[in-house]
Design a protein around this ligand. Structure first.
Ligand code: GAR
Length: 197
């Protein structure tokens, strides 16, 4: 059984997609062990509660420095036996010591086709604003492993989504979520779980 922790900062629609896939039996071999937020009021924590999943808020600012935050996070997740950390709209840059401790066991969903519109400063709606400003006709989403850089780790899955005339960042964000993110994130988790059997 692969125990996963889902890390979130906001609404948690990607978390919901994982929960729904699990309920539909599409994530056999996976346990959603806990949801970790850096924001106490993240709606994602409510989704965790509603689904009987342990939800905790662990805030970087409650620790002396990034190292102490990373050490605590690594210890918390190790003690729970977490085999895979899923960043699902988690908007904090993780400390290097945490990434080292969980090397090869952290994945992230990013709302563009990496290497376009990624790296420092590209998160959430900003990604879609940049895609529209550049005038791309196709965008999408990427699931990748997390390494020491920002959005630089090995790519696991990508799915393309068409930009349509008249799209606003909000409309495009919703289409990318519906047609790509909510599909490939559970798929990537399943692929990793199957590879570890
Ligand atoms: C998602 O679009 C996700 O891809 C993005 O934040 C949103 C979170 O939505 N993540 C990033 O931009 C990471 N760089 P959600 O809380 O509803 O899942």
């Amino acid at each position: 059984m692969l125990k996963i922790a889902v890390m979130v900062s906001g609404g948690g629609t990607n978390l919901q997609a994982i929960i729904d896939a699990h309920k539909q039996g599409k994530l056999s071999g996976v346990t959603i062990d806990c949801v970790v937020s850096n924001k106490p009021d993240a709606y994602a924590l409510k989704r965790a509660e509603e689904n009987g999943i342990t939800g905790v808020c662990i805030r970087p600012k409650d620790y002396e420095d990034k190292d102490a935050y990373g050490r605590f996070l690594a210890q918390y997740l190790s003690e729970r036996g977490i085999g895979l950390v899923v960043l699902a709209g988690f908007l904090v840059v993780l400390p290097a010591n945490f990434i080292e401790a969980f090397e090869g066991r952290i994945i992230n969903i990013h709302p563009s086709l990496i290497p376009s519109f990624c790296g420092d400063g590209f998160y959430g709606l900003k990604v879609h604003e940049a895609a529209l400003a550049r005038g791309v006709k196709v965008t999408g989403a990427t699931v990748h492993y997390v390494d020491a850089g920002t959005d630089t780790g090995p790519i696991i899955l990508q799915k393309a989504v068409y930009v349509e005339d008249g799209d606003t960042p909000e409309v495009l964000q919703k289409r990318v979520m519906e047609q790509a993110e909510w599909i490939i994130l559970p798929q990537a988790i399943k692929m990793i779980a199957d590879s570890k059997r």
